[in-house]
Design a protein. Structure first.
Length: 179
């Protein structure tokens, strides 16, 4: 079991993100990664092993939009490439769970595309970017939910619409807090 966390917070920081991520440690994980908004772009940091190791790699910086992931590998080895977040050109995703039909979808939508990682997760940013060519985020996510099977929840940030976190879930829990 892994964990995903994200916030939109005017007083947010990388430290706050790591603290929130640490609260998910009890669930078990093999690696961790974050993406956070800084100077209008997203910085991504990943590490195999404990969150304390990730923490050492992270500068304490203010950030108002951030997402973080603890991975429990289901598809692909435990290594830095397979660590989340996974990105396309603009979309960045962290994902908890398993997409059962990812190999089939990869074949249908991205037959000749090289994937960086061995994960099922990497499909999500590519699919989103494909669908975002002709619709907005919510519609793109709705379209994705119609074709993905499995139990999963995921968070999405987009470099082109960078002050929001989009999210979706199927079967696994996802809590949203306000304030
Ligand atoms: N299936 C994804 C992977 O292997 C997510 C696993 C998880 O829930 O951490 O990267």
């Amino acid at each position: 079991m892994c964990g995903i966390v994200g916030f939109i917070d005017n007083d947010g920081s990388t430290l706050k993100l790591v603290e929130k991520l640490s609260k998910l440690e009890y669930r078990g994980y093999d690696s961790a990664g974050i993406a956070y908004l800084k100077n209008n772009d997203y910085k991504i940091i990943k590490s195999v092993g404990k969150i304390v190791k990730l923490k050492e790699m992270i500068q304490v910086e203010n950030t108002c939009v951030a997402i973080g992931h603890t991975r429990w590998a289901t598809n692909g080895k435990v290594n830095e490439i397979n660590c989340h977040p996974h990105c396309g050109e603009r979309v960045i995703v962290i994902h908890n769970g398993v997409i059962d039909n990812f190999a089939e979808l990869k074949e249908i939508y991205f037959k000749n595309k090289d994937f960086n990682s061995e994960t099922d997760t990497e499909l999500i940013p590519y699919l989103l970017e494909l669908f975002l060519k002709d619709c907005d985020h919510l519609t793109a996510i709705e379209r994705i939910l119609k074709i993905l099977s499995g139990s999963f929840s995921f968070l999405v940030v987009d470099k082109k619409d960078n002050n929001k976190i989009f999210f979706a879930k199927n079967k696994t829990p996802l809590l949203i807090g306000l304030g």
